[in-house]
Design a protein around this ligand. Structure first.
Ligand SMILES: CC(C)(COP(=O)(O)OP(=O)(O)OC[C@H]1O[C@@H](n2cnc3c(N)ncnc32)[C@H](O)[C@@H]1OP(=O)(O)O)[C@@H](O)C(=O)NCCC(=O)NCCS
Length: 405
């Protein structure tokens, strides 16, 4: 049977939304018109790819254009969501074919990186996406938490509306300046994905200003509907603080939501909350894998990757295998001088041999080269080669992306 792969047309939005809402068992499935309307409002059909078997749409994905910070620089990034197929057409390779084609398209568009979230790690590993960050999840009863430090000033909290998104964005940009993982957020992303302006229960965003009226942090959280008069869970999606006073005041603000039985806070892995809590036994802590990263264009991504420590001068040769994106295969010589990175193909001996799948978490500073060697994912010529790779792939902060998509 003939398999065709192409972007959907405007007439095919409804079938794509049906496959999506059915696959995720979304409530919108019962109100498909609303899902179609939202899709038409927010997404362009050229961001989509669908497979058609004898003319029938069988699977669908979308790649949202974005940029992800790596050591503070935004690298062009394709955010893949959703990926879905109809149950009667699953395990026929249609999604695999879509993912391969999406990789070629992203490379063509200059999207050197791609990311997604998934409960199916084994599926995406086959195509080169790999776990490249974790989130730390705290859960605690607000009434049980005392802090070992207090802010030097109380300042003022202010609730933002979606129209105020630029105030939060200014702080988010400052916070992302040297980090790895944050996505660049545009107006629409703030309003819809962060504030959830058109969802039944939008997020709350509270901004903290110091006594001089300077905004220095914000926190994004949800208060699920119908629970105002009952104990419930309050998820905290993001806390951005540019100063200790902002951090402490934002946490005190959260703790004052004392009708809530539990706060569940999705934090970066280097968050210092546990060091601040008077009795850490009152906080449950766990970690979950988070973003899956894919290097769509190895040569361009290596060239664009800013060094954490530009003063390091190093040379490194990587031999990369990549079944799903063969343009990445080969041996690449990396040389750095005065912060500039040069990358070219070489016939020389590799220092490190690895797959593009393993390169992604190295690139993001999630997996260390020596850790990858220990796990048998990298073969290294020498200890010095591992040290050079560690210097090249160093990040100033552990990777973390607060955005779900
Ligand atoms: C997950 C989903 C998209 C897979 O679609 P599919 O059409 O079965 O995928 P394919 O047939 O193209 O699979 C490609 C390969 O991955 C394998 N694979 C498929 N789903 C897998 C899974 N969940 N875990 C591991 N491997 C998987 C297939 O066996 C196939 O391997 P093969 O080439 O050796 O035969 C589909 O089951 C689905 O829509 N599920 C519900 C929604 C969902 O979970 N979406 C993904 C959210 S990230």
């Amino acid at each position: 049977m003939a398999l065709e792969i192409r972007p959907i047309t405007d007439d095919e939005v409804e079938q794509a939304e049906f496959i999506t809402t059915y696959s995720f068992n979304s409530p919108d499935r019962r109100d498909l018109a609303q899902a179609v309307e939202r899709s038409r409002r927010f997404f362009r059909t050229e961001w989509s790819l669908a497979s058609f078997e004898d003319g029938e749409m069988t699977a669908f994905l979308r790649v949202l254009p974005s940029a992800m910070h790596v050591n503070g620089r935004g690298l062009s990034f394709g955010a893949v969501a959703p990926v879905v197929s109809l149950p009667q057409h699953r395990r026929k390779g249609h999604v695999g074919a879509l993912l391969r084609r999406a990789l070629a398209d992203m490379r063509e568009r200059g999207q050197v990186l791609s990311g997604l979230h998934t409960p199916h790690p084994a599926l995406y590993r086959r195509y080169g996406w790999e776990i490249a960050s974790v989130k730390r999840i705290y859960s605690f009863a607000p009434k049980e938490i005392d802090l070992a430090a207090q802010p030097s000033e109380r300042g003022r909290m202010r609730l933002l509306t979606p129209d105020d998104w630029a105030e939060a964005d200014r702080l988010y940009r400052l916070h992302s300046e040297r980090r790895t993982g944050p996505l660049q957020r545009i107006d629409l992303w703030w309003r819809e994905a962060v504030f959830g302006a058109s969802r039944p229960v939008p997020a709350d965003i509270a901004l903290w200003e110091n006594n001089r009226g300077e905004a220095q942090g914000y926190v994004i959280y949800h208060q699920p509907a119908g629970q105002d008069d009952q104990p419930g869970t309050m998820p905290v999606r993001e806390l951005v603080a540019l100063s200790a006073d902002a951090y402490l005041n934002l946490i005190l603000y959260l703790l004052r939501h004392d009708l809530k039985q539990e706060i569940v806070w999705y934090a970066p892995p280097d968050d210092p909350f546990l060091s601040l809590v008077a009795d850490a036994t009152k906080v449950k802590v766990r970690e979950e894998y988070d973003l899956f990263l894919r290097i769509c264009d190895v040569e361009a991504a290596l060239k664009q990757r800013p060094l954490a420590h530009p003063e390091h001068q190093l040379a490194l040769t990587l031999q990369v295998s990549d079944d799903s994106a063969p343009w990445n295969e080969g041996t690449w010589r990396i040389e750095t001088a005065d912060g500039a990175v040069q990358v070219e193909r070489t016939a020389g001996e590799p220092d490190l041999t690895l797959s593009a799948t393993t390169l992604a978490p190295l690139f993001n500073g999630f997996l260390s080269p020596s850790g990858a060697a220990l796990a048998g994912l990298v073969s290294a010529r020498s200890e010095q080669a591992l040290a050079a790779a560690a210097a090249f792939f160093a990040t100033l902060y552990p990777p973390f992306c607060a955005d779900g998509f």
